[in-house]
Design a protein around this ligand. Sequence first.
Ligand code: TYD
Length: 135
Amino acid sequence: MDLINWVDFPPLGDARGSLVALEGNKTVPFDIRRVYYLFDTKAGVSRGFHAHRRLQQVAVCVTGSCRMVLDDGVRREDVLLDSPVRGLVIRSMVWREMHDFTPDCVLLVLASEHYDPADYIRDYRQFLSALDGEA
Ligand code: TYD
């Protein structure tokens, strides 16, 4: 299974401008139960540093850019999110970090579950142990 999976959003724009519609189980590969966005991220701030046991997400940088690091315990890859017509799929049990937010960055996240603090793994060693437990 690839660590980096993109979904391309069909652009529905016309001469007036651009439009993207995101639909659960269509453009986004799960039922969308929650939407949140990060914006106004201060200079030099990195976020994330956790994995989720169950949650799946799609992250779209609708304005500006940021760099996302994904790590599945074996591979660690780095991608630039800088397009409003492409989303990065983050499956469960993948460690993520976000860096290098531009001041104008708005990072939209579509999530498969409601917010649940118990779903987070915030310690990298615990993340690796949880992966071992799955094997
Ligand atoms: P957190 O997940 O720690 O942000 P990040 O991993 O991107 O750095 O979330 C920051 C705070 O916001 C934390 O107190 C939990 C809260 N929060 C919610 O209440 N609901 C949500 O859907 C999310 C994503 C966060």
